[in-house]
Design a protein around this ligand. Structure first.
Ligand code: NDP
Ligand code: 2IT
Length: 444
């Protein structure tokens, strides 16, 4: 058995009940075969893959808080610090009832390669809790965030580990967590990113993941002789990533016809009304069922089905494994020619292979959604120099980073004779830098 297969088998045996983590490890390691084969003796002796798949540490803790009725609630908190070879651990905090150690480990593992791809000095980590902010009062969210940070603060710091937002964690949650960190540690430092603009946040961080997704998609299309202008785009999700992906896609001349949330999806053949979407999701924190009140000609459908709407370009921006083999078949049958992942691992392995086999340009999440964490790293730089840059300055750096990520993954794929396979390209390009740093730093 080859080295890659041995390590995958070991990961599955040693981490039972962690299907998302197994999936992420398989996807990465299998596409690293060309590099691993070329360096097998060295990598085996240095146990490079064994070290890559084992996090530096996993922290799990109790998060007790009091709800509005005076009832004590208990959630579970996690922080997985995966790899800090190229910089302090960096990655978001997910607040969603589905959160478990498997999901946090898959996200942390992906983050290592994503952060390497940004070319900025950030290692990989991820955290979160099974707390559900939906339907909670602001006071309840604050009580949870303060309790969460009361434990988490022991393990993080501006040069140690810098968490940020993810599903369920937006500006409100980051604010409450930052306040509690400052209070407990007695220091004002850039320990979290995605902060409000009045206390050290960066302009363009809110927009960064969605905008970055479109900058990379635009470059991928351009380099393949295609143009986004005038194309029909389906987006899933209706959160931070989806909203700003929609905005930039529209600015680039595309027509976005769908958005979705966990209960259903909207199909607006005339093009999504961004102002309505923002009001429903960012201001009212309401369901997409409200969209029809703004746009009577739009359709709202309960349940899944967003990928059955015909489109040229699909941008999954909700959650993991939301685009399955059946969805991939529907997209191909309807003439879709590009898929770029705004979410983390939204496409199943089988669906990814099907899309690629059918000539669909496929940009994997660790490259396509790296604009968020890249701009978080720019927020860290601004905090360190105690300055803030203009929107245009941050946005232009973000664009350069995304264009470079595209070319780095494209070049890596070509170097190993996998031209056009951006999954292989992104994994190899991300891996090379991390391994170089690991080997230089000795056995640790
Ligand atoms: P938000 O919480 O702002 O929005 C998430 C959206 O996805 C909501 O519309 C939500 O619907 C939907 N969603 C979440 N879970 C499910 C589910 N299990 N089934 C169906 N729909 C679901 O999160 P973000 O926009 O920040 O994150 C979206 C994705 O992008 C995630 O995969 C995240 O890891 C990834 N990402 C985020 C970055 C960022 O900077 N925010 C950076 C890089 C990647 P509902 O409200 O009904 O739950
Ligand atoms: O998945 C991700 O890259 C994020 N949720 C953003 C992480 C960050 O540190 O900005």
């Amino acid at each position: 058995m080859g080295y890659v297969d041995e390590v995958i088998e070991r990961v599955v045996a040693k981490n039972p009940g962690e299907p998302e983590f197994h999936q992420a490890v398989k996807e990465v390691l299998e596409s690293l075969r060309p590099v691993v084969d070329a360096n097998e003796a060295l990598y085996r002796r240095e146990a490079v893959l064994e070290r890559l798949v084992e996090p530096d540490r996993q922290i799990k803790f109790r998060v007790p808080w009091v709800d509005d009725k005076g009832q004590v609630q208990v959630n579970v908190g996690y922080r997985v610090q995966f790899n800090n070879s190229i910089g302090p651990y960096k990655g978001g905090l997910r607040l969603h009832p589905s959160v478990n150690i498997s999901i946090i480990k898959f996200l942390g593992f992906e983050q290592v390669f994503k952060n390497s791809l940004t070319s900025l000095p950030i290692g990989g980590g991820k955290g979160g809790s099974d707390f559900d902010p939906k339907g909670k009062s602001d006071r309840e969210v604050m009580a949870f965030c303060q309790s969460f940070m009361t434990e988490l603060n022991k393990y993080i710091g501006a040069d140690v580990d810098v968490p940020a937002g993810d599903i369920g964690t937006g500006a409100r949650e980051i604010g409450y967590m930052f306040g509690q960190y400052k209070r407990i540690r007695g220091m004002y430092e850039g320990v979290l990113t995605g902060k409000g603009l009045s206390y050290g946040g960066s302009l363009a961080r809110t927009e960064a993941t969605g905008y970055g997704l479109l900058y990379l998609t635009d470059e991928m299309l351009r380099c393949n002789g295609k143009d986004i202008k005038g194309k029909t785009v389906c987006i899933s999700g209706a959160g931070n990533v989806a909203i700003y992906a929609c905005k930039k896609a529209q600015e680039l001349g595309a027509k976005v016809v769908t958005v979705s949330d966990s209960t259903g999806y909207v199909y607006d053949p005339e093009g999504i009304d961004l102002a309505a979407l923002k009001e429903i999701k960012e201001v009212k924190r309401a369901r997409l069922t409200e969209y029809k009140n703004y746009r009577p000609n739009a359709e709202y459908h309960e349940g899944r089905g967003v990928w059955n709407i015909p489109c040229d370009i699909a941008l999954p921006c909700a959650t993991q494994n939301e685009l399955t083999i059946d969805d991939a078949k529907a997209l191909v049958a309807n003439g879709c020619f590009a898929v770029a992942e705004g979410a983390n691992m939204p496409t199943t392995l089988e669906a990814t292979k099907y899309l690629q086999a059918n000539g669909v340009l496929f940009a994997p999440g660790k490259a396509a959604n790296a604009g968020g964490v890249a701009t978080s790293a720019l927020e860290m730089s601004q905090n360190s120099e105690r300055l803030s840059w203009t929107f245009e300055e941050v946005d232009s750096k973000l664009k350069t980073i995304m264009v470079n990520i595209f070319h780095n993954m494209d070049d890596a794929a070509k170097r190993y004779n996998f031209e056009g396979d951006y999954v292989v390209g992104a994994n190899i390009a991300g891996f090379e830098k991390v391994v170089d740093a690991m080997l230089a730093q000795g056995v640790c």
